[in-house]
Ligand binder design. Structure first.
Ligand code: F3S
Length: 401
């Protein structure tokens, strides 16, 4: 890989230990993947911020970087953490957990990483077709590559952080136009309509696609929110970092579909089976969860409209997960949701939160990614349902009370 003189100097430690370390990480990755050079990025998004999932190990690493003057040189944002910073007093968390989590956030802030604590960084920055970024949240990678047409590989937390510090990434994988071509043609017999159906199409195809880029055909219309759920599902069961959809995603016109080597057809029966596959029990849930990835403003508005004349049942919890920033702009809708008895959770999510402390045993969700992850990461049962099904289960009409 060819480095510029300035990059060589950083690698030799002339700009200090922290920059040297960050450069070493990015260059090493570039060598592994046969990159020809480093390229500038416009932003970075860093995952691995929940104390529940990362534990103590990275704290020393982050402290070391801060001590040595490291700072993100481009816009950089942080993924969700282990609890809602504005509402954790009833979560029975130990003082150690609370302090360690807050320390991790402070360290990232000292590194000039903005604590948006959300997996939807694309809602808070102007990304354009062809921009190069370094994102390490898998659902954000797929959305950014596929829906926006900006370019990122599926980074790990440390490599995204290293890229944020030096403002560059290695030029390999999805940064290269030819490597953004699909390898798997997915013919969808019955187009999905609802967020949950898009998510389940994603988890189903993700298992088959592994790290190949799929191109979907047979879906006439899809909103960005629906594509968000499709991408999150794809990334949760496979190593997929991008998809195309005929007539919909921005780079699809440049694709010669005949070059796809493999074709599969997805039937309605297969998607129905996916619903059962993602459900580990048929017991009554004690938590109903919507918002993986974090809800957009439009989703919050849709949920608020549904809950307008409803009340959440007393025997279960309804959680809606979004970012603090969306919560702030949707105050009226948030009030309607909370008046119905649901909780709007920010800064965290079902997978990285300390659910065990709350005694949750069974969760119903409209997110295929959450249904896929929680039995393994949180040791709870999951029940997959549509958004409508989740909200119907969670509520009673006011006139019936
Ligand atoms: Fe986001 Fe957590 Fe789901 S980080 S994509 S809400 S698993």
């Amino acid at each position: 890989m060819e480095l510029t003189l300035a990059e060589e100097r950083i690698l030799d430690g002339e700009e200090g230990y922290a920059h040297q370390l960050a450069m070493k990480i990015v260059v090493k990755l570039g060598e592994i993947f046969a990159a020809d050079r480093l390229i500038p990025i416009t932003s970075a998004h860093i995952s691995g911020a929940s104390y529940k999932t990362i534990g103590d190990a990275p704290i020393e690493f982050l402290e070391d970087l801060v001590k040595n003057g490291a700072r993100a040189s481009v816009k950089a944002t942080l993924n969700p953490v282990g609890f809602d910073l504005h509402d954790y007093k009833n979560w029975s968390l130990s003082q150690t957990i609370i302090e360690k989590q807050k320390l991790i956030i402070r360290l990232y802030e000292a590194l000039n990483i903005q604590p948006i604590l959300s997996c939807t960084p694309y809602y808070f920055e102007e990304l354009s077709l062809g921009d190069h970024v370094a994102f390490s949240e898998s659902s954000a990678c797929v959305y950014t590559n596929s829906v926006i047409g900006a370019r990122t590989n599926r980074e790990g937390g440390p490599s995204a952080l290293a890229s944020a510090i030096i403002g560059k990434t290695a030029n390999y994988g999805l940064h290269i136009t030819e490597l953004r071509q699909p390898k798997l043609l997915v013919e969808v017999e019955t187009p999905p309509k609802e967020y949950a159906e898009f998510g389940m199409l994603g988890t189903y195809v993700g298992r088959l696609a592994r790290d190949h880029i799929p191109i979907f055909q047979g879906i006439r219309t899809a909103t960005n929110n629906q594509l968000k759920y499709l991408g999150a599902g794809l990334a949760s069961t496979g190593m997929v970092a991008m998809f195309h959809m005929r007539g919909i995603t921005p780079e699809v016109q440049k694709i010669d579909i005949k070059e796809c080597c493999e074709k599969i057809t997805i039937t309605q029966d297969e998607l129905n089976n996916e619903l059962h596959k993602l459900s580990t029990t048929d017991s009554i849930p004690d938590l109903i969860f919507i918002g993986c990835p974090h809800c957009s403003l439009q989703e919050i508005q849709e949920i608020a409209a549904y809950l307008r004349h409803k009340k959440v049942r007393a025997d279960l919890k309804l959680w809606i997960c979004t970012s603090q920033a969306i919560k702030e702009v949707a105050q009226e809708e948030i009030e309607m949701i909370e008046n119905a008895g649901a909780k709007v959770i920010c800064d965290t999510c079902i997978v990285v939160a300390y659910l065990e402390q709350l005694g949750i045993k069974t969760m119903m969700t409209s997110s295929a990614k959450a249904a896929n992850y929680t039995p393994h990461f949180c040791d709870i049962d999951s029940v997959m349902n549509t958004v409508q099904g989740c909200l119907d289960t969670a509520t009673t009409k006011l006139k019936d009370i």
